[in-house]
Design a protein around this ligand. Structure first.
Ligand code: 9D3
Length: 300
């Protein structure tokens, strides 16, 4: 897969493509990328890329000139020039008004030979440059980001690993959403972490019980956190007999989202209220000290 990312902050893009697993894929030549600075295509002395919206309104918009020239430099012809069949790959504008990015959308984009990703800054970009060059408009979720870069990196991350797996399928293990349930909780050494023990069943070596426990945990979690996934799986006949039985059991035990929250509160005190008044701090530390964040391990 070859990515071309157009941004006013290409340093953000470079950092992502040179670190960790993706960095290795780039160095091995499995993934290619180019990060273009849109500002390099501005023509005036101040390299202006923004202007006020026609018709009024808050904030500034990205002007079409520099972005259009950056796209042409990336080999993207305007639509009126009748594109010569998929050579530049799909042009995606990351936008809060786009269609929702899902695993299905990631699979679809991963099939392209190349992707051109446009990151907006300010309040957005002039509609004419979208109409003239973009094939697709994608949002990564219903929350407000300050710009398109983080969204573009989400799309890169979700697609490059699928594209890579298409070359060497051994690396693609079972996807979290492929059977419609969330993952089970995981534990590694040490078996005792402070006063917190690893669940006994995982140390038992009893593989059938472990499989059953993991299925129950997945179902409990999914019922509590993503009841939409349970509904969808039921409606589409996605779940096998064991899973359906586990769902009935979890629902019978009242493991719905609200039930789990109420259960959590009941453990802390009566009536769902905490026993001590809240200090006003969000991190739960009551003595005025700072929370220490310990990074135990970094990923190569
Ligand atoms: C004042 C109206 N805002 C819309 C809610 C304008 C606006 C918000 C956020 C304009 C640009 C942005 C920056 N966001 C993105 O560029 C973006 C985004 C996002 O904010 N959420 C989810 N997906 C994406 S993809 C690009």
């Amino acid at each position: 897969m070859k990515y071309t990312v157009l941004s006013l902050f290409p340093e953000i893009i470079h950092a992502f493509f040179t670190c960790s697993v993706l960095g290795k894929a780039v160095r091995r030549g499995i993934v290619g990328y180019e990060a273009l600075n849109i500002r390099d295509f501005a023509l005036d002395r101040h390299r202006t890329c923004d202007d006020a919206p026609y018709g009024g309104g808050a904030g500034m918009l990205m002007t079409p000139g520099p972005l259009g020239r950056a796209l042409e430099a990336a080999g993207v012809p305007p639509k009126e020039a009748a594109r010569a069949g998929g050579k530049t790959g799909r042009v995606v504008y990351l936008s809060p008004s786009g269609r929702l990015f899902t695993q299905e959308a990631a699979r679809e984009l991963a099939r392209e030979p190349a992707l051109v990703l446009i990151c907006g800054r300010y309040e957005g970009i002039d509609q004419r440059v979208i109409d003239r060059y973009a094939d697709d408009e994608i949002s990564v979720g219903d929350y407000v980001l300050s710009s398109g870069e983080a969204a573009a990196l989400v799309v890169v991350d979700a697609t490059y690993r699928l594209a890579e797996a298409a070359i060497s399928p051994a690396s693609l293990e079972e996807e979290s959403f492929s059977n419609g349930l969330l993952e089970y909780p995981q534990y590694t050494r040490p078996a005792m972490y402070g006063s917190m023990n690893v669940p006994e069943v995982l140390l038992s070596g009893h593989h059938k019980n472990i499989r059953q426990w993991r299925l129950e945990k997945r179902v409990e979690r999914t019922c509590a956190r993503r009841p939409d996934l349970i509904r969808r799986g039921m409606e589409t006949g996605l779940f096998d007999k064991e899973t359906r039985a586990a769902i009935e059991k979890a629902e019978g035990a009242g493991k719905s989202a609200e039930a789990e929250i109420r259960a959590g509160m009941a453990e802390k005190g009566e009536g769902g209220r905490e026993e001590r008044p809240h200090s006003g701090r969000e991190d739960g530390i009551e003595d005025g000290s700072y929370r220490r964040v310990i990074i135990e391990e970094s990923i190569e």
